[in-house]
Write a protein that binds this ligand. Structure first.
Ligand code: B12
Length: 431
């Protein structure tokens, strides 16, 4: 059933035109990822605009959960955008509404109306003011890049100035932007490049875009399909979909990249949402370009298959007692950055296969006065925001970084599974 639904969706999606001809991943991989994302929607609690955006870009618009998610995002926009959302969050909501064929300037829900583009402009003005004064934005350059992209797609003022800053950052040898940030900055700059007639600006953007795009192609070759890590690869591939003219006549080996993606078992809906558009030859840049007129009415589309029921029930009389093996994990917390310095280490036993969050919980239970901690739910799962009473702070740009054997983890506490004997450190750091 899903294949049928998806087949229709992809045909629709592809009829809208593709930036890189022929670069579409195997349908089975795409269908599987769509299904996982769709299944996650109600389980997640907080509505995630990146998920809606990715489903729309993949043409998978027919399910009831999709409809529910769109409604929730509109409700969040009218109630929270102005007060509680950062620029990047507002930008993702704008992109998700464009891709749902809704006008983000007139979002209506719960009897309220909001102009989300205007809200974004205000938030971006604040970002730019802090950037000019302190050289860093109020939130992050990643958020500013999303904001610039959304303003450009909306044709609203402010994106040109922001694109100049992004281009200069990308070209600066001292800025060390992550792959994720360079990728979203490239999408924003590509949009601006297509909108401006200013020759100086075009030249600057061309230089920055060919630097990012060629850099990604080099990294992909060196990383056997992976650009940065497996979680930044999705956004980098979106950038390569969108920036073909800036690396021509070089050819992108998209099959190598898609093979790397299919070797990884993406589970987190957010991770899937960032990689999926590239697998169908699209990027966030296409959010406002989808063919809304030809979109089929929902009742013509097959819905996604219902959640699979657990297929095996234990057979009566043949019960086998599985005693879960336990592993030992060493865990330390360190602050040499701020206030009273501290460093503590403990050792806990947890069932084999536990995620790091269970290690933190076990340590807290063992020595609550020392290993107390707090998390906040985010689009990537639980984020540790405080340990031993010391809280991360956005204004000071501090956070709790997690490392193993001195190397930063590439996953959060909700998904990372430590091995027996491993030593995980939480270190209070700046970004
Ligand atoms: C900026 C950023 C950060 C900043 C956030 C600061 C801030 N106040 O904005 C800081 C430096 C704090 C950070 C920390 C970490 N990050 Co980070 N981060 C990003 C980045 C580049 C952009 C996120 C963003 O702004 N999104 C836009 C806004 C609008 O969306 P949002 O959902 O509201 O954003 C919030 C969450 O993304 C959250 N967040 C950021 N990183 C992480 C990581 C995890 C695991 C969780 C649960 C939440 C989370 O902070 C954002 C602001 O509140 C993404 C890249 C990406 N591809 O998404 C990586 C990314 C999400 N981070 C990642 C990782 C691994 C981490 C760390 C675990 C690194 C580490 N070794 O310690 C830690 C989190 C540890 C903890 N305390 O639990 C991975 C997650 C991969 C995965 N499978 O889970 C990503 C995808 C980067 C990558 N390619 O590897 N990160």
């Amino acid at each position: 059933m899903l294949n049928v639904a998806f087949g229709i969706g992809v045909l629709l999606a592809l009829s809208g035109g593709m930036a890189v001809w022929g670069c579409v991943a195997p349908q089975q991989l795409v269908s599987e990822l769509v299904q996982r994302m769709d299944d996650s929607i109600k389980a997640e609690g907080t509505p995630n605009p990146s998920v809606l955006l990715a489903l729309n870009l993949a043409g998978a618009t027919g399910s009831n959960t999709h409809k529910w998610l769109l409604q929730e995002i509109q409700e969040e926009a009218v109630t929270r955008a102005q007060r509680d959302m950062m620029s990047g969050e507002v930008a993702l909501s704008v992109l998700s509404l464009f891709s749902s064929c809704r006008d983000p300037r007139h979002v209506q829900a719960l009897g309220l109306t909001v102009d989300l583009v205007q809200v974004l402009q205000q938030k971006m003005d604040e970002e730019m003011a802090v950037l000019e004064e302190e050289g860093i934005p109020k939130t992050t350059l990643y958020g500013v890049s999303l904001g610039t992209l959304a303003l450009c797609l909306a044709g609203a003022g402010g994106y040109q100035g922001a694109s100049v800053i992004l281009a200069k950052q990308v070209l600066s040898p001292d800025s060390h932007l992550s792959v994720d940030t360079r990728a979203v900055a490239a999408l924003a700059m590509t949009c601006t490049y297509g909108q401006t007639d200013l020759q100086d600006l075009q030249e600057l953007l061309w230089e920055a875009l060919s630097a990012v795009a060629n850099g990604f192609l080099d990294e992909q070759e060196e990383g056997d399909g992976v650009i940065g890590n497996i979680y930044s690869t999705g956004l980098a591939l979106q950038a390569l979909v969108a920036t073909g003219e800036f690396y021509a006549p070089r050819v992108w080996d998209c099959a190598q990249a898609f093979a790397a993606v299919s070797r990884h078992d993406y589970r987190l809906p957010m991770a899937i949402a960032q990689v999926l558009p590239a697998l169908v030859g699209r990027s966030y840049l296409d959010a406002a370009d989808l063919d809304c007129a030809t979109r089929m009415s929902p009742n013509l589309q097959s819905t996604l298959s219902p959640k699979l029921q657990p297929s095996l029930s234990p057979k009566l009389g043949t019960a086998v007692v599985h005693r879960a093996a336990t592993i030992t994990v060493h865990y330390s917390i360190t602050n040499t950055l701020q206030g009273r310095h501290f460093s503590y280490t403990t050792e806990v036993q947890v069932p084999d296969g536990s995620v790091l969050l269970q290690v933190l919980q076990a340590a807290q239970e063992k020595e609550p006065d020392i290993f107390s901690f707090q998390t906040e739910q985010t689009s990537w799962g639980p984020m540790v925001v405080s340990i031993h009473g010391l809280a991360a702070n956005q204004n000071r740009r501090t956070y709790w970084q997690f490392l193993s054997g001195g190397v930063p983890l590439q996953e959060g506490v909700g998904t990372y599974k430590p091995q027996n004997g491993e030593h995980v450190q939480a270190v209070f750091s700046t970004y």
